[in-house]
Design a binder for this molecule. Structure first.
Ligand code: ZN
Length: 393
């Protein structure tokens, strides 16, 4: 097994957690200081990272580590430097940016999602490099804004940096599960336009609020129909069509029929269901009400990920998990989207998600990661890289 710097990876995780890298310009916070720490560590190791801004103050850091062992594939390790807000401090029993280790756990915002995973990718790559030449190369990437619109990953793909990458390991916390599938997310805004009128004379108006009711009932029918046509996925569960936001009228004007109403819908999809089909169906249902005009806009479109377990990057990771832990890998699915969604769908790179930390601890108060898990995951990453690059899986 490849020897990793166990103390180094844990201390580096602590240092990252101590940087409050939420995207909150009003409080003077972005990912930049966390990205700079990653860049500095890469430079200490003699790597030559390229820093590019996905947006002002929001850098991507990308280093290519050549193996010096001849031709071979390109493996990508991916992590994000941003974290979600710590939220209400009174719900925390530890300092969210203290990076404290207690009871074998490293505590703080981003400890699981995903500064430990990011640290593990760096230290795994360093370990493999110190173990001697290897074929091909590893692209180590610390990207911005995973928790927002994923502008870091989109910028990465748009800059051509995903070209030539043969596989990507995304270090999100998945409790040791190998997740080669991820659910899709489609967020729609439906605008319904009628005609404003006095509540006393509704016959002179066309009421979009009534059309909202019709649409909500129809959306429940659509969910039922899609669930029947696309049975639950073993790792991802059901398709969901969930109305989440309504907007119409004004409390100060209860006697006025408003001209417009809007319904926002959050659709969660599984492989085999095309987002365009869903958007077209919602548009048709919205247009069903007489005298009401409907238009549908797509706010977010992140298709599901469905990488086969036989893909080299998944197979190498599974073999590495077996070697390091002595246990059979457990396969799972990602309930939301990750940067892997962008890499696979828009960058054409097969991706798999695997990393230290529990699936459900992300974004919660008292977030933590088991210290032993950080170390184990670093070893799995190093071994996975070795196997992927040597095509030994
Ligand atoms: Zn994350």
């Amino acid at each position: 097994m490849i020897e990793v710097d166990e103390r180094g990876v844990v201390e580096f995780t602590q240092a990252l957690v101590r940087i409050p890298s939420t995207n909150d310009p009003a409080r003077g916070r972005t990912e930049r200081p966390a990205a700079e720490l990653v860049e500095a560590r890469m430079r200490e190791w003699g790597w030559d990272p390229v820093v590019s801004e996905a947006a002002a103050g929001r850098p991507n850091v990308v280093a290519v580590v050549e193996g010096g062992g001849g031709d071979g594939p390109t493996l990508m390790f991916e992590g994000h430097t941003d974290v979600v807000t710590e939220g209400d401090l009174s719900t925390w029993t530890v300092d969210p940016f203290g990076g404290e280790i207690r009871d074998g756990r490293l505590w703080g915002r981003g400890s699981a999602d995903m500064k430990s995973g990011l640290a593990a990718t760096l230290y795994a790559t360093r370990a493999l490099q110190l173990a001697g030449p290897f074929p091909g190369r590893i692209k180590v990437c610390a990207l911005a804004d995973e928790e927002g619109l994923m502008i870091g990953a989109h910028h990465f793909v748009a800059s051509g940096l995903a070209d030539g990458v043969d596989g990507a390991i995304v270090a999100e916390p998945e409790a040791g599960e190998i997740c080669a599938v991820a659910k899709g997310a489609l967020r729609l805004r439906v605008d319904l336009t009628g005609k404003m009128a006095h509540g006393a004379m509704p016959q002179h108006g066309r009421n979009p609020v009534q059309a909202v009711g019709t649409l909500l009932v129809a959306l429940r029918g659509l969910q039922r129909e899609l669930q029947e046509r696309h049975p639950a996925h073993e790792h991802l569960g059901e398709v969901y069509v969930t109305p989440t936001v309504l907007r119409a009228g004004s409390e100060e004007q209860v006697n006025v029929i408003p001209a417009t109403a809007s319904v926002f819908v959050d659709v969660r999809t599984i492989p085999g269901l095309e987002h365009k089909v869903v958007a077209d169906r919602v548009a048709a249902l919205a247009a069903a009400e007489d005298g009401i005009e409907a238009s549908v806009s797509v706010l977010v479109d992140r298709p599901p990920v469905d990488v086969p377990v036989t893909d080299p990057v998944v197979a190498a990771l599974a073999a590495a998990h077996r070697t390091v832990t002595g246990e059979e890998p457990v396969y799972g699915g990602v309930p939301g989207s990750t940067d892997g969604t962008v890499l696979t769908h828009w960058g054409g790179v097969p991706s798999v998600v695997y990393g230290p930390g529990g699936k459900w601890i992300a974004h919660q108060a008292d977030e933590y990661v088991e210290v032993a898990e950080i170390v184990r995951c670093t070893k799995v990453f190093a071994e996975a890289a070795r196997r992927f690059l040597h095509r030994d899986f």
